[in-house]
Design a protein around this ligand. Structure first.
Ligand code: NAD
Ligand code: ZN
Length: 359
């Protein structure tokens, strides 16, 4: 399946399906008149599993593969610097192309490398995680600073996204869970029938049938597109994509990065936002049903008692999406219709207190 992403700065295709990676050479040959060299940026885990496949898929070109550590540690200034050094040593130039091959970490890092190397060279995303249906589309690329995630980055759109479903089978269960949380989010904020389809059809993440996987990732990408195409630089509705993330990010940071996967923390954040939506927006919605489904899929659904509420509140206020320390929360008027709502500290603390107590 092909999805076209149209933003103010660029229009590009996303190919989703089993075996789409085989079309990579054909695409590059037709999209660029001359590509001097291709730099593949991937991580150790993905390289161990699939390096042969990606190099084979790029057989027409002279490739140089830069292998970075797996996970969030790839998004450091050190690793970024190593990638730039690697590119210079291998004499990449402005006619070169970067391929990011891996999850969101590799995509964010590699996209940032591409956006800054010689003031920007083209790149193509080849995502290998479920989460990357979110991160590979929309053009946000970044690395972290010790004092905050994604603090150094750019808006820089890829030339294309090749999302080959064959790479997803090897994902560990907790990584599937992390990515699937964003699929649920896309349903909740934009398409209630998609959300209920997920709810009724996806009862385990262990063996996801390829057609289901293809459908849900493609739909997730279309929904993300609908937000980013009208608001590339997040001045308005793109912020709705942060549903569940204000508290989710705070949990990730407060617990210590790595304790929770991103999506597992976002699930708690979404449950909290739904609870607030019930109170503030009169959302009518079967909470218990949702919780049971999420638990069946292996998610935690309660805010751990050891997390200190005032610390979480501080984190939410520091979030770079908060403006002047006020926390703009994304709530739902209905499944599929988000709204931004400014919360006072008191409302938030009180809400968190009740949520943590589990009442
Ligand atoms: P990741 O890239 O760290 O991948 C998770 C783990 O899975 C890693 O250990 C990786 O080596 C491994 N892995 C990847 N593909 C695999 C495969 N096919 N089989 C087995 N193992 C595999 O993380 P992620 O969860 O994909 O993405 C998280 C990152 O994405 C975060 O840094 C987050 O900030 C970023 N993100 C960016 C955006 C954006 O808009 N740019 C949006 C959401 C998230
Ligand atoms: Zn997210």
């Amino acid at each position: 399946k092909q999805i076209t992403i149209q933003t103010a700065s660029k229009t590009y295709p996303v190919f989703v399906g089993s075996g789409v990676i085989k079309e990579l050479c054909t695409f590059i040959n037709s999209a660029f008149s001359s590509i001097s060299k291709v730099m593949i940026i991937t991580d150790e885990t993905v390289a161990d599993l699939y390096l042969f496949d990606i190099e084979h898929a790029l057989a027409d070109f002279q490739t140089h593969t830069c292998i970075v550590p797996s996970g969030e540690i790839a998004k450091t200034f050190d690793v970024y610097y190593q990638c730039i050094t690697f590119a210079l040593e291998n004499k990449l130039d402005r006619k070169s192309l970067v391929i990011t091959f891996g999850g969101g970490a590799v995509g964010d890092l590699g996209g940032f490398v591409a956006s800054t190397f010689m003031r920007g060279i083209p790149f193509i995303q080849a995502p290998t995680t479920i989460l990357a249906h979110d991160s590979a589309v929309g053009g946000k690329v970044a690395i972290n600073h010790p004092s905050g995630k994604n603090m150094i980055g750019a808006f820089y759109q890829p030339e294309a996204v090749f999302y080959d479903l064959n790479f997803l089978q090897s994902l560990p269960l907790h990584e599937k869970r992390s990515g699937f949380a964003e699929v649920i989010k896309h349903g909740l904020i934009h398409d209630s029938s998609f959300f209920f389809w997920l709810h009724d059809h996806i009862l385990s993440l262990e063996k996801l049938p390829v057609p289901d996987l293809g459908y849900m990732l493609a739909r997730g990408i279309e929904i993300k597109r609908d937000f980013v195409s009208v608001d590339e630089r997040e001045t308005g509705i793109r912020a709705f994509l942060n549903f569940g993330h204000t508290l989710g990010h705070a949990i990730e940071a407060e617990a210590g990065y790595g304790k929770w996967t991103h999506g597992e923390a976002v699930v708690i954040g979404m449950l909290f936002a739904l609870e607030l939506s019930r109170k503030k927006m009169g959302l009518s919605f079967n909470h218990e049903h949702l919780k049971r489904w999420l638990e069946q899929l292996g998610y935690a659904t309660e805010l751990p008692k050891e997390l200190r509420l005032n610390k979480l509140l501080e984190r939410m206020k520091q979030d770079k999406k908060s403006i002047n320390q006020k926390v703009n929360f994304v709530l739902l008027k209905d499944i599929g219709s988000p709204i931004s709502y400014e919360m006072t500290d008191e409302e938030l603390l009180n809400g968190l207190y009740i949520f943590q107590k589990g009442e």
